[in-house]
Ligand binder design. Structure first.
Ligand code: 5AD
Ligand code: SF4
Length: 496
């Protein structure tokens, strides 16, 4: 006789090893996490299995990610659940279930989602049993939900950033409902551990160390859609890294909106520098990256830990946003041009081979050409290795949205192009510094355009393409950097 498992009696760490086909789903669901979600995975699995039997083929799920590394990591969690539920993953949106994990940091991200929803509607008309789900930052905005309810009534499930851990339960509710299921939370202090994750790359992984943001930069919607800062317990983070290392992961990226304030709100506070030191001790992990640092919170301790480390990558992403102290103040960034320059200089002095990259916004309310020139001056002085430049996008509900002084389009365009040119020049001169050297590269994938080439990254995050066999993917190999092409290199494998 089959023995049926009551998940209420299974320890959280053991849940991943449970055969979901043997779970007793006749009893009531556990009222605690993550057991409750595994119960709903088992329930959904039965539905997916019976539908698949009816159709005589597997059911396919397509998950599409918009936005940043946090969203990419969230999508790996969604994929982990979809796999447990019994879906086969595909890239095509002609699938039985399509889920969009959305971003709302700038309006063009929203517009892309609306555009693609039109296409999905066409697919759903051809295949009425298709399910469409939306989640992520954009769903935390009331105006978005209103618009979807009015103009996109074919959506089956909508949830936000705070209850993503409930995906299995929400899927089950969706299967049982004829109408759109909407579940958006305003905030949470809950962090649910031990849910399944399906990694995109076997050899590298993101790891959330904290969620949310408390900084309230005046242009930014993130604190409103991701909520207040919450740090994960170091024990949970370190256990996750050990499990990843045992599973073949060699590179980790610690993720948070502002990693430099990690641990401040823990019952037993711990600094980000100390967390890095602990992570560094874990055997099998060869490279450690992290994102994103706020300049106002970057400590001398962190610089010292990076300097001493063999594993922490020679890369710091340090968003500048603007080089004008006046604009920085209006942005509520809490540093001046001079403070940023002094910090960058200190980092370059302590760790000369480090790459510093940044984010810059052009067209913030009230910005003039003189302000943009200040930004260009910082780019020249710091010599960024790369910079992501964005045109200011007004986000409803943020303080900047009601600030006077909309910047005329000509100034934005002219300033943006001038800035981009400077960024390209500094990046080229920084990246080309390593020409002719042989450096370790973590091989990530086959080159998408030229199949005989592999693509990987240096410790400082510069991309390198070189001829090689796919068996090298996931390994760290020495590559001689032969030709610098601005942001990337062409190289060849070499002995050190
Ligand atoms: N408009 C333009 N860029 C923005 N960013 C955040 N909010 C906005 C906005 N409203 C940029 C910042 C941030 C990056 C992730 O996105 O530069 O560092
Ligand atoms: Fe947004 Fe500023 Fe928080 Fe970054 S630090 S997520 S820019 S509010």
């Amino acid at each position: 006789m089959d023995c049926y498992i009551d998940l209420k009696n299974v320890e959280a760490e053991e849940l991943k090893n449970v055969d979901l086909d043997k779970v007793d789903v006749t009893c009531s669901p556990p009222d605690f996490e993550p057991q409750r979600q595994y119960y709903f995975m088992a329930k959904c699995r039965q539905i997916v299995q019976s539908e698949s039997k009816r159709l005589g083929r597997p059911l396919y799920a397509c998950s599409v990610t918009f936005g940043c590394q946090m969203n990419a990591r969230d999508s790996e969690k969604l994929s982990g659940i979809l796999e447990c539920v019994g879906y086969s993953a595909i890239d095509s949106e002609e699938a039985d279930l399509v889920i969009y994990n959305t971003c709302t940091v700038r309006d063009n991200a929203n517009q892309r989602v609306y555009g693609r929803l039109g296409v999905l509607h066409g697919l759903k008309k051809k295949n009425p049993h298709m399910k469409i789900a939306l989640c992520g930052c954009m769903m935390q905005e009331e105006s978005v939900i209103e618009k979807i309810q009015k103009s996109y009534r074919f959506i089956d499930l909508i949830f936000g950033t705070h209850n993503i851990f409930k995906f299995a339960e929400l899927l089950y509710t969706m299967f049982a409902s004829e109408r759109t299921v909407i579940d958006i939370w305003k905030d949470t202090n809950q962090i649910v551990e031990n849910l399944p994750v399906e990694r995109k790359y076997p050899f590298k992984s993101g790891i959330n160390i904290m969620f949310g943001c408390n900084n309230f930069c005046s242009y930014c919607i993130v604190p409103y859609v991701r909520g207040r800062e919450r740090s994960r317990n170091p024990e949970d983070i370190l256990r996750e890294i050990k499990t990843l290392a045992a599973d073949g992961v060699v590179e980790i990226m610690l993720l948070g909106q502002n990693v430099n304030s990690y641990g401040k709100n823990l019952a037993k506070p711990m600094s980000f520098a100390s967390l890095l030191k602990e992570a560094e001790k874990i055997e099998g992990i060869e490279r450690i990256r992290f994102m994103t640092s706020h300049p106002k919170d970057l400590s001398d301790d962190l610089i010292a830990v990076m300097k001493e480390s063999r594993k922490i990558c020679r890369h710091l992403h340090l968003p500048l946003q603007s080089g004008s102290t006046r604009i920085l103040q209006a942005m509520n960034r809490r540093y001046t041009k001079e403070q940023y320059l002094a910090l960058a200089e200190k980092i370059r002095k302590e760790i000369p081979d480090i790459a510093i990259t940044t984010d810059i916004i052009v067209g913030f309310p009230g910005e003039t050409m003189e302000d943009i020139d200040e930004t260009i001056d910082v780019v020249k002085q710091v010599q960024f290795d790369n910079a992501f430049t964005f045109i200011y996008s007004k986000r409803t509900g943020t303080p900047a949205a009601s600030m006077p002084g909309q910047v005329p389009e000509e100034i934005v365009k002219e300033g943006f192009n001038k800035l981009l040119k400077t960024v390209q020049d500094t990046a080229r001169s920084r990246v080309s510094l390593w020409n002719g050297q042989t450096m370790p590269v973590l091989v990530e994938e086959r080159n998408l355009q030229e199949k005989s080439l592999l693509t990987g990254r240096l410790s400082n995050n510069t991309i390198v393409h070189f001829p090689g066999d796919a068996s090298l993917i996931g390994q760290i190999v020495n590559v001689r950097l032969k030709e610098c092409h601005g942001f990337y290199y062409i190289g060849e494998t070499a002995e050190l």
